[in-house]
Design a binder for this molecule. Structure first.
Ligand code: MSP
Length: 502
């Protein structure tokens, strides 16, 4: 049995989550559920990133104190994750007392090692990104400097700050980037070439409290608060009990898998690897980076104002598992995916309703009508067995390398094979259709088990209706199922046209 640690970014709770946040969170959840299906001991972490200027400003605009605001908003995130069936083990909030103490201790350690010094910072800041941009990074337009990500004017800031000696870690960071940590590899090359061009500059890691009061106080200077990104990154270790309760940290840290969007790659590599080294911890096992969901070519985001809400998809398909399926079906690590309602509807109709739904419905109806719902182990069709084995191998290897849409295509090949097999064997014409229905049910059991990380509730309900168990992975081969007791033949998905599915 293996051990596995999977994380999502902790999201800014300045607004409710949209499908971009759901996208990363579902990828991480599918991975957590897949590893559990394989028998691993999994710890799955998500949460909210509650400090910093962006939250401070949003709360001020609403005339509410920041803590009450983030209390409310973190509940909104939890509610969406519960609707979407996100199986996290801990929901961390950076205002949690254990996290605050961990950040103070980590920073004190860096300070005592002489890795932090006082200076003055002058630079152009984007509050939406909570990041500074230097020449060559920002966009110049009509004499103004704009954020490359949000295209909003940057603010010039000049103030006293404490710097972290990031530059000292340049060789170390380069060395880590040449290993197999960052996935896909192309993203590691991007970071390496940025370091090549600009070097690793020391990083401003505190803000004057007079400007940003909503943050963790720097342990060596009460006039400063800790930069929100340093506070946030440390959640991945504070959630495991760093630095005082080390048992979880020892168990899970070496198998840490961070899922992130490509917008926060720099922080999760250059900055994070160096901070970890500064507090004597090794880098994560993997940083899995995905591209954006876009609308008319622009990253979906609140700041851009082109959000597609989670509610819109929930309403259209009437089933959270369908939303999970569709977001993963068109997911991609290396290329942006353009949101397309037509494409989602088409996949819903042809794959979920036709291929999967019709298979389940016709097998269920026949089993009930012809065999009183009881189907017993029978001869396994050798041709079907071979194609199912191949599809299971493909799905497993895709899941192990985070190629979620490929995994779904392989899983649906099992259902497509089963439909073709039924058309060949025509159990509706037969008086003794046990063999044919047994083979088809085996395909449904195997395909549904592999689908369970993507559609956990659909899978559970179907297993109950047809009378089988989900998994374990070793049982995902033809002939492993002993008997089926079909109690109903559910209609899983109703087709949609112009309207909605529910
Ligand atoms: N709080 C920081 C992360 C700190 S982690 C130590 C942050 N938060 S965020 O709320 O802005 O979330 C950013 C993440 O949300 C992205 O990295 C990505 O995972 C996800 N996405 C937000 N919009 C997205 C798209 N349009 N498309 C894909 N993913 C998107 O950054």
């Amino acid at each position: 049995m293996g051990v596995f640690y999977v994380t999502t970014p902790i999201y800014y709770p300045n607004a409710e989550p949209h499908i971009g946040h759901a996208y990363t969170t579902i990828m991480a959840d599918v991975t957590a559920r897949w590893r559990r299906l394989c028998g691993d001991d999994v710890f799955f972490l998500t949460g909210t990133d509650e400090h910093g200027l962006k939250l401070q400003k949003t709360a001020e605009e609403r005339g509410i104190d920041p803590k009450s605001f983030v209390d409310q908003m973190s509940e909104v995130f939890k509610r969406y994750w519960s609707i979407l069936g996100i199986s996290y083990d801990r929901f961390i909030r950076t205002t949690d007392e254990d996290h605050v103490q961990a950040v103070r201790k980590a920073l004190m350690k860096m300070y005592s090692k002489g890795l932090i010094y006082k200076g003055v910072y002058r630079g152009w800041y984007c509050t939406s990104c909570e990041a500074f941009y230097g020449p060559g990074e920002y966009i110049e337009e009509g004499g103004r400097k704009l954020c490359p990500s949000h295209r909003k004017p940057l603010e010039l800031m000049e103030e006293e700050t404490y710097f972290f000696k990031l530059s000292q870690f340049e060789d170390y960071v380069r060395e880590q980037l040449s290993k197999d940590i960052v996935h896909p590899r192309g993203y590691a090359r991007e970071v390496l070439s940025k370091i090549e061009r600009e070097g690793l500059r020391d990083l401003s890691i505190t803000r004057p409290k007079t400007r940003v009061y909503w943050g963790i106080e720097a342990p060596w200077d009460p006039n400063h608060t800790v930069y929100v990104w340093i506070d946030a990154l440390l959640n991945y270790v504070s959630a495991l009990g760093y630095p005082d309760n080390t048992s979880r940290l020892e168990k899970y840290w070496s198998v840490a898998h961070h899922f992130i969007g490509k917008d926060i790659l720099w922080f999760h590599t250059a900055v994070w690897f160096a901070v970890l080294a500064a507090i004597d911890l090794p880098p994560p096992r993997k940083v899995i980076v995905h591209a954006f969901i876009t609308l008319q070519g622009l990253k979906i985001s609140k700041s851009v104002g082109n959000v597609v809400t989670i509610d819109a998809l929930l309403q259209r398909y009437g089933n959270p598992d369908v939303v999970r399926y569709l977001l993963m079906r068109f997911s991609s690590l290396d290329k942006d995916v353009e949101f397309s309602a037509e494409q989602l509807d088409a996949a819903y109709n042809t794959e979920l309703a036709d291929t999967f739904g019709n298979l389940v419905r016709r097998v269920g109806v026949l089993a009930k009508k012809k065999l009183d719902g009881v189907v017993t182990r029978d001869r396994v069709d050798p041709e079907l067995e071979t194609s199912v084995r191949r599809a299971v191998d493909r799905a497993a290897s895709a899941l192990n390398s985070f190629r979620f849409s490929e995994a779904l295509i392989a899983i649906f090949d099992v259902f497509r094979e089963a439909n073709a097999y039924l058309n060949r064997t025509e159990p509706w014409r037969s008086d003794s259709p046990n063999e044919s229905l047994y083979n088809a049910l085996e395909c449904i059991r195997i395909g549904t088990s592999l689908l369970s990380p993507f559609m956990p509730r659909v899978a559970e309900n179907l297993a109950r209706s047809l009378g089988f168990e989900i998994g374990p992975f070793e049982a995902l081969r033809m002939g492993a199922g002993e008997e089926y007791r079909v109690s109903e033949a559910p209609i899983l998905f109703k087709k949609i046209r112009g309207g909605s599915a529910s």
